[in-house]
Each structure stands twice: as C-alpha cells, then as structure tokens.
Design a protein around this ligand. Sequence first.
Ligand code: CUA
Length: 143
Amino acid sequence: KSEKLALSLSGLLLLVFFGALMYAAVAEDVEVPTCITDMDPFTSDTLFQTSEDVYEIHMVARMWAFQPSTIRLPAGSTVDLYVTSQDIIHGFKVERKNVNLMAVPGAINYIRVKFDEPGEYFFACHEFCGAAHHTMAGRFVIE
Ligand code: CUA
C-alpha cells in the first residue's frame, strides 16, 4: 500500500517538474539548448547573415581555443549558435547570457541568443579539458 503511494507521489513529482520545464520554455521564453541531429557536423567555423539582424555562427571548439574567438556584431543582433568540437568534450558558456552548452565531438548543439545591449560578452569553456583549459575563451563584441 505504501509502495503504491510512493510510486504515485514520485509520478506526480515528475509531472510537476516536467510542467515547470514546459512553463519555463514556453511562458518565460527561456531558451532551451537543442541537440541537432539532422545536420552534418561541420569542421570549420563560419559566420554569416541569414536575414536582417540575424546571424548564424558555426562555432568549433578544440584544445584549446574556440573558432571564431572574437565575434563583432551590431547591437540588436540575434545569433543562431551551432557548437561542435573537433576533439574532446568542451563547454561553452557566455557571461550575462543564458547560454550554457556542451561542445561534443560528432554532435551539434544549438541555441538562439539575442544581443540588445552593446558591450563585451566573454565566453569560456567550462568543462575541464586539459592543461590549457583556463585559456580557452573568446568574446562577443556588440557595437
Ligand atoms: Cu575546453 Cu575546457
């Protein structure tokens, strides 16, 4: 009897968490990282404009750098960011932005991020990846 209760309670809890996640994603417009499966992994970095104020970046992580490492964009830009790795697992985190991705070899992770305020937004690898992990960083320069 108590097992049944525990089971339904944990089921209820799962629903609550799932509901909170959906609420965050839809109502609060929180960007949820997506793992892209219908796109071939890229090996070189690119940055191009897809429409007015929208840019697409293919970010490549490898020991111990990101490419591109300095990205200059006008204020008000929306960035579709695709991240992959050429060697081992790295992290990708942008300060003051809700961006926290993994850079995984053979896989692509995606997030959309908007830069309204001019300034510098540093990004860094936040997954320990070897001797020069702490030097693995770059920045968005929003002008
Ligand atoms: Cu790449 Cu730490």
